[in-house]
Ligand binder design. Structure first.
Ligand SMILES: N[C@@H](CCC(=O)N[C@@H](CS)C(=O)NCC(=O)O)C(=O)O
Length: 200
């Protein structure tokens, strides 16, 4: 299998953490790419018409894309049990993906649009989604986060790590001490250490 990949993407990181946790890293060749909404990669687009990463070429069928689809596929292929929490695992992963989406859009707003184009209202609205989701995780999800490893936990850790990476002053920890404690512990896992994004 071949994974269209960038080390700074939180969506890609979910797949990478899954591969580390399941010990299957050697089954995937990494194809490093650069793609943005403004400068889409033709190479990625050949596998994913949306030109987004991650995209997985699997050899025995059409390429897969969207991190949730890829993670569910790899989980099934490896028999890893990372969705054993059923709908809870799924909705937790969706919540984390929503944090990533909002935080990535905030990054694009600052990096890809000039100052005159940028909207503070829009930026603040995305920030509100991140903070609202973190408050919900802290209020309702700690016992699930502390349970057996699943894809929901992996996704939440990748989402919070991305917020720290690109938006270190966002303040998601304020009022969310249980979530902060959980993240500190999870972030020390080998799979998280091995997938830390480079400074860029
Ligand atoms: N829902 C997608 C989102 C993937 C995504 O937005 N990836 C970003 C990199 S972090 C990307 O490829 N952006 C390029 C673009 O939006 O055109 C997933 O879960 O895989």
């Amino acid at each position: 299998m071949k994974l269209h990949y960038a080390p700074t993407s939180p969506f890609v990181r979910k797949v990478m953490v899954l591969l580390h946790e399941t010990g299957k890293l050697d089954q995937v060749e990494l194809l490093q790419v650069h793609t943005t909404p403004i400068t889409p990669s033709a190479e990625v687009r050949a596998s994913n018409p949306l030109a987004k990463i991650p995209a997985l070429e699997r050899g025995d069928g059409p390429a897969l894309y969207d991190s949730r689809v890829i993670c569910a596929y790899l989980n099934e292929r490896f028999g890893s049990g990372l969705y054993a929490g059923g709908w809870d695992s799924r909705v937790l992963e969706a919540t984390a993906d929503g944090i990533m989406e909002a935080a990535v859009l905030m990054t694009y707003e600052r990096r890809l649009r000039n100052e005159a184009q940028q909207s503070e209202d829009w930026f603040e609205a995305q920030k509100g989604k991140v903070l609202g989701a973190c408050a919900a995780l802290n209020a309702r999800w700690i016992s699930h986060l502390q349970g057996s490893l699943d894809m929901g936990q992996i996704a939440v850790a990748c989402a919070l790590a991305y917020v720290d990476f690109r938006h270190p002053n966002l303040g998601w920890r304020i009022g969310n001490e249980a979530l902060e404690d959980w993240f500190t512990t999870f972030d020390s896992r080998e799979s998280m250490q091995a997938t830390r994004p480079p400074e860029s």
